[in-house]
Design a protein around this ligand. Structure first.
Ligand code: SAM
Length: 309
């Protein structure tokens, strides 16, 4: 049964179980009854969807999505919460609760999570894969980025509640303060927007900062233009290591044995770019073009030189 999760309900439930919210695990539960509905509507949850929910907590959103006909893979690290998710979704055969850390490490999702998603997709021909979650703040970036760049299991849609500051980074435009590697990566591979901002008062316990529901719609056309996603990610990462310096500096540091700053200036000029530009001045499309051009250079280098930096 879907529980209408309010602060009163949660306090009573936690008292009964002798547990308390664990700040270190990002346990801020949504207690505004409308927000779960907004998330479900924004994600257009319907039969045929396979939803990955990372951080299912008490299972309120899980049950709501399963009630709409979705198959849900719910991953939860806290054993008490995993148990509560199981209770909230008892009798809903389309829900699979995994008690585990959704990440194997910063750069990889837990393979058991991916296996469970793959199995759910295989069980329902033609189903759509979505990530829908109120993400714990400390794993939000790696979860989103790892799924976005995943070669075979990139969701069709992500609707995620994250800290406002991070949401702003995903949506930021060039030359603005929040613009960085996450903005470039997300915008090169997907359409990204903030569906709704959320004040601390919609959570219990209240976080110190605002949050936002973010809509990320991966775009197959953009992905095809990027081509080698791993290389693109590598270029963006390396260039933004030198965010406060010029592009010339970033590129010469990339392969210092291969070219001097003067060579880099000439190479950039051929592409209509000034070496004085800072990485944050390039938009996602310009990064895509830069990565392709750098890929051509890389192919001319001996393999040891290509891995410099
Ligand atoms: N889904 C609930 C809601 O909407 O109210 C709870 C969301 S709460 C922000 C985040 C949840 O993620 C917590 O239940 C926490 O235990 C869980 N969590 C934290 N780190 C995790 C990880 N690495 N893997 C899986 N779950 C995690």
């Amino acid at each position: 049964m879907a529980t209408r999760q309010t602060q009163t309900y949660l306090r009573a439930l936690f008292d009964d179980r002798g547990i308390a919210p664990r700040r270190a695990l990002g346990q801020n539960f949504l207690v505004d009854l409308n927000i779960h509905d907004t998330i479900v509507k924004t994600a257009a949850i319907e039969p045929g969807d396979v939803v990955l929910e990372i951080g299912s907590g008490t299972g309120a959103l899980t049950a709501l999505m399963a009630g709409r006909g979705a198959a849900v893979v719910a991953a939860e690290i806290d054993p008490a919460m995993a148990e509560l998710t199981r209770e909230s979704t008892a009798g809903l055969p389309s829900v699979r609760v995994l008690h585990l850390d959704a990440l194997r490490n910063k750069n990889n999702l837990n393979p058991l999570v991916l296996d469970a998603v793959q199995a759910a997709l295989a069980a329902a021909q033609g189903s759509r894969f979505k990530l829908v979650a109120n993400l714990p703040y400390h794993v939000a970036t790696p979860v989103i980025v790892n799924l976005l760049v995943h070669p075979t299991l990139c969701p069709e849609l992500m609707v995620v509640t994250i800290q406002r500051e991070l949401a702003d980074r995903f949506c930021a435009l060039p030359t603005t303060k929040p613009y960085g590697s996450v903005s470039v990566l997300a915008q090169a591979l997907a359409d990204v927007s903030i569906a709704r901002t959320l004040p601390p008062s919609v959570f219990w316990p209240r976080p110190k900062v605002d949050s936002a529901v973010v809509l990320i719609r991966p775009d197959p056309v953009k992905r095809a233009a990027v081509g080698d996603v791993a290389w693109f990610q590598e270029v963006v990462r390396r260039v933004f290591l030198h965010r406060r310096k010029s592009i010339r500096h970033a590129l010469s540091a990339m392969w210092s044995d291969h070219w001097t700053k003067t060579d880099v200036d000439a190479w950039l000029a051929l592409r209509g770019l000034s070496g004085q530009l800072r990485p944050e001045a390039l938009d996602a499309e310009e990064f895509v073009a830069l990565a392709h051009a750098l890929g051509d250079v890389k192919r001319t280098l001996p393999s040891t030189a290509a891995d410099e930096d």
